[in-house]
Design a binder for this molecule. Structure first.
Ligand SMILES: Cc1cc2nc3c(=O)[nH]c(=O)nc-3n(C[C@H](O)[C@H](O)[C@H](O)COP(=O)(O)OP(=O)(O)OC[C@H]3O[C@@H](n4cnc5c(N)ncnc54)[C@H](O)[C@@H]3O)c2cc1C
Length: 464
């Protein structure tokens, strides 16, 4: 535990009734509490967190000179004011924060090409490049089964064909990019990541985070490449993602956060939550726990409408510097066990190779079995890292296995409709389910902070 965490662990005693009770001390829950504290109303808010330290998926391990997160957690912003505020708060705490121009690649056709794959097909071997270009061109000109493989509606336009409302992610990939781009990269990579049939995901499952690209943009990119995408530039503190959490807690009084306090039941009519230590009465409950978990705490049976994956993360520290000029690498090859690997050290000018490796699993894979197979999985990872030439003779010094469950929500039309209906019903009873897993969506840390702040302003404007 850091000094900062120990400080916050000075548990408050006694408060059992609060206006705003927050379930979960990750980014979302802490941003909500921070927004109330900024209004001078921190005493109306209490955060319950089951772990012994705050942060949720934005926690960091500091060990043997390595700094590891729950796989790479990088800060990227659309809101410049929020960026300046949070960078200022981190720097005021003494954190060194690096501004990084993304260097991400795809391991394909026995080489590394720049990411996004679909913009950089000219870096492929010539035959593969021509096939990708041909299929992209004809997929976006016509929606014949030969070109798209999925029989979509044809808009007749020169760029993106019109997709039916209920088109799947799988169908969208073929329709927007053609067979070769889809099958070289987009299908195998996303199947490894989501650990599901992509026909189960909505065509817009990744929202603004998906790097669309039409043929005009592609041709321009060939001669005038420009960094694109939501994370073309990002920020990363030398202390890891926990620095975001530290910054978000500067305004909190110790009695606003109770650690090691797991909510075990929510009594909606009584507006009361129960933990192993006691009960808390609330006016509003703000939950950032995963929506299926919250529904279970409220006494509901599980629903098949909500599905998700797990991500098994291996953090690896080596004895010397390794690959340079790379922040992360996408690996679509189904024979390689991981879908992505990233270099923490290259984000902070570190002098020893420090990697995160991510493996996607279905939600029903037993986490205990994954834990007991960690040594075998590690051996396979090291072998696969050598096969894709990411490591050579570097020696592994330390490692850590983490399991993120849920990690990526399977955004589907049925799931979104179910989530919207349940969240509305909960909201009518004073429970606000927010955050990446509370809202059941694909989003960033920045989105979590903005959503939590907006809710804090909305609720605090209401009369008591
Ligand atoms: C592999 C991966 C990589 C990512 N990379 C990035 C990135 O680079 N940049 C980015 O912006 N975003 C990234 N994200 C998204 C980011 O992790 C999330 O948006 C963010 O961490 C969500 O914060 P949260 O507070 O909503 O949820 P969480 O971090 O899940 O926090 C929820 C908290 O609730 C607590 N809790 C749950 N149940 C209970 C209970 N019953 N009682 C008490 N407490 C409970 C949990 O312990 C946890 O602390 C990534 C996500 C994944 C999976």
């Amino acid at each position: 535990m850091t000094a900062f965490t120990e400080n916050l662990s000075e548990q408050n005693q006694g408060r059992t009734s609060v206006r705003y009770l927050v379930l979960g001390g990750g980014v979302t829950g802490l941003a909500f509490a921070d927004a109330l504290a900024a209004q001078g109303r921190g005493d109306e808010c209490l955060v319950l967190e089951r772990e012994r330290e705050p942060g949720g998926y934005c926690r960091s391990t500091h060990r043997n000179g390595y700094v590891w997160d729950y796989s790479g957690h990088f800060f990227h912003f659309r809101d410049n004011m929020l960026r300046e505020e949070l960078l200022g708060r981190m720097r005021a705490l003494g954190h060194r924060v690096h501004e990084v121009a993304r260097l991400s690649k795809v391991a394909v056709c026995d080489r590394y090409i720049d990411f996004p794959f679909q913009r950089n097909i000219h870096q492929l071997p010539q035959a593969a490049f021509l096939r990708c270009l041909h299929d992209l061109y004809f997929a976006t000109r016509s929606a014949s089964p030969e070109s798209s493989g999925v029989g979509l509606l044809d808009s007749g336009a020169s760029s993106a064909p019109t997709l039916p409302e209920n088109a799947s992610f799988y169908a969208m990939l073929y329709a927007r990019f053609g067979r070769s781009i889809a099958e070289h990269f987009l299908i195998p990579y996303n199947e490894k990541l989501y650990a599901t049939d992509l026909r189960h995901l909505d065509h817009n499952a990744m929202g603004r985070f998906f790097p669309y690209c039409d043929i005009d943009e592609l041709l321009r990119h060939f001669v005038d490449p420009k960094p694109a995408g939501y994370n073309a530039r990002f920020y990363y503190p030398e202390a890891g993602a926990s620095a975001y959490i530290e910054a978000l807690t500067t305004r909190l009084e110790p009695d606003m956060l109770r650690l090691g306090e797991e909510v075990t039941r929510v009594d909606l009519p009584a507006r009361t939550v129960h933990t192993r230590r006691g009960s808390y009465r609330y006016d509003s409950l703000i939950s950032s726990a995963p929506l299926p978990k919250l529904l279970q705490l409220c006494g509901e049976a599980p629903s098949a409408a909500l599905s998700w994956n797990q991500v098994e993360v291996f953090n690896l520290g080596f004895d010397r510097k390794g690959v340079r000029d790379l922040h992360w690498l996408y690996v679509p090859d189904r024979d390689i066990c991981f879908y992505r690997v990233g270099c923490y050290d290259n984000c902070v000018d570190g002098n020893k190779l420090s990697l995160y490796v991510e493996i996607g699993h279905a939600a029903n894979v037993d986490a205990n079995a994954l834990r007991s197979h960690a040594p075998e999985t590690l051996a396979r990872i090291l072998n696969d890292l050598r096969r894709i030439r990411l490591i050579k003779d570097e020696r592994l010094v330390d490692w850590q296995q983490l399991i993120l469950d849920p990690a990526y929500v399977h955004v589907s039309q049925a799931g979104s409709a179910f989530s919207a209906q349940k969240r509305q019903a909960l909201s009518d009873q004073g429970v606000h389910s927010i955050g990446r897993y509370g809202r059941w969506t694909y989003c960033s840390i920045e989105d979590n902070i903005l959503e939590a702040r907006a809710l804090a302003h909305q609720l605090s404007a209401q009369p008591a």
